[in-house]
Design a protein around this ligand. Structure first.
Ligand SMILES: Nc1ncnc2c1ncn2[C@@H]1O[C@H](COP(=O)(O)OP(=O)(O)OP(=O)(O)O)[C@@H](O)[C@H]1O
Ligand SMILES: [Mg+2]
Length: 383
């Protein structure tokens, strides 16, 4: 195939650098039997197990967090339906996700919003803390939610707002009440609880049914939990006690731990559901690159296939990349960068070499092997 024709066929690598791609709208006919509209209110009502299996396709590990989040949204939409039927107020349980950077907190929320087909926006707590006009910033976040719902206010009112880096709102060491972080917590309290917020368009958005999910790394929280649990930890009282359940109860984050960490009690009280994200193991990092529905490896293999080239990256390479990522301490965040760097020289070479049919990468530290189409003079050549 002439190089020009192959170039025209090649999709732009932008497809690879974008955010996670999801199938358009999960509310397809195939899912319909699993999603009866709750009380006719048109709310998603998938079973928690279905939500978890959807999340499994995109998020590796974090089994407990998946279940907690799935049950939380299931209960949330049930409560909304009940409140609408009874004309009562929704007693909302917002969610707090705790885990190191790059362990999948944002990815999980984003994936969740896709399976539920509800509008989803993220906001950074730190940027809220750095502005003098917190309420205006919050209005802007809610306006984005309305925009995501294409201006459909009732739809936006059932959306999900993810507020990241919530741990950064803690009062700085030695500083008492009144820090900027604390005033942001107060401002957030109001909308998390449910209030009417006037948008710049003049419309009002009711936040009562919006699910707020907060996320943060909470570095140092484990020491706080250990020190506070010491005196009254759960201990096995009979042989029948399940050790796994006891372990979970003993590592459970309590509102008092978050208060000791530096958040105000009123705020921690609004986040009754807490899910912990674990650090990713080497094996999980490898699976993130190879096994997810839109894995890096899959994306690159598709690009190469469009060029008429087979890409083979041997398992050892993924392990090497995972080891580097562990050293970088940014969870799965660094995988993409390392993998793309590995692919750069190959992607540079391919368009100029129409005879290349197969590329085999067998180590992060050696050049890839290029297998070319047979030349008129002889057999296929590897270089
Ligand atoms: N458990 C996971 N499964 C699959 N991919 C993951 C997982 N964790 C992280 N990733 C990958 O790493 C990227 C960054 O993850 P994400 O944004 O969810 O991290 P985070 O936990 O929100 O981190 P931060 O605290 O820094 O915001 C994701 O886009 C995804 O590609
Ligand atoms: Mg995040």
């Amino acid at each position: 195939m002439p190089a020009v024709a192959r170039m025209a066929a090649a999709p732009r690598p932008a497809a690879v650098t974008g955010a996670a791609e999801f199938p358009a709208g999960p509310a397809s006919e195939t899912l319909a039997p699993l999603m009866p509209a709750v009380a006719g209110a048109g709310l998603p009502a998938m079973k928690p197990s279905f939500i978890v299996s959807y999340l499994d396709q995109y998020v590796i590990g974090q089994e407990d967090a998946k279940r907690i989040l799935a049950v939380a949204v299931y209960a949330h939409f049930r409560k909304i339906a009940r409140a609408e039927a009874d004309h009562t107020r929704v007693l909302k349980s917002n969610v707090l996700l705790i885990g190191s950077s790059g362990t999948g907190k944002t990815l999980m929320c984003e994936t969740l919003s896709h399976v539920l087909d509800v509008p989803f926006v993220t906001a950074e707590a730190t940027s809220l803390a750095h502005t003098r006009y917190v309420n205006e910033e919050i209005e802007a976040v809610l306006q984005r939610l309305v925009d995501r719902a294409d201006g459909d206010l009732p739809k936006a009112q059932r959306g999900i707002v993810f507020i990241d880096e919530i741990d950064k709102l803690k009062a700085p060491e030695g500083e008492g009440r009144g820090s900027s972080g604390e005033s942001v917590q107060h401002a957030l309290l109001k909308i998390m609880e449910g209030s009417q917020v006037k948008l710049h368009t003049g419309r009002y958005i009711d936040t009562t049914s919006i699910l707020f999910v907060c996320g943060g790394a909470f570095v140092g929280l484990d020491e706080i939990i250990r020190s506070q649990t010491h005196g009254y930890g759960f201990i096995a009282t009979s042989k029948g006690d399940n050790q796994r359940i006891l372990d979970r109860l003993n590592t459970r984050v309590k509102p008092t731990d978050l208060f000791t960490y530096g958040l105000i009690p009123e705020f921690t009280g609004r986040l009754p559901i807490i899910a912990r994200f674990h650090d990713l193991t080497r094996e999980m990092l490898v699976r993130i690159m190879t096994d997810t529905k839109n894995s890096l490896y899959g994306q690159f293999r598709d690009i190469f296939r469009d060029e008429g080239v087979e890409l083979v990256v041997e398992p050892r390479v993924f392990e090497q990349i995972a080891e580097l990522a562990i050293e970088y301490k940014t969870g799965a965040r660094s995988l993409r960068g390392i993998f793309e760097e590995l692919m750069t020289p190959v992607l540079y070479q391919i368009p100029d070499s129409p005879d290349i049919r197969r590329v085999v990468v067998s180590s992060l530290f050696t050049d890839p092997a290029y297998h070319r189409a047979p030349t008129p003079a002889g057999a296929p050549v590897a270089s």
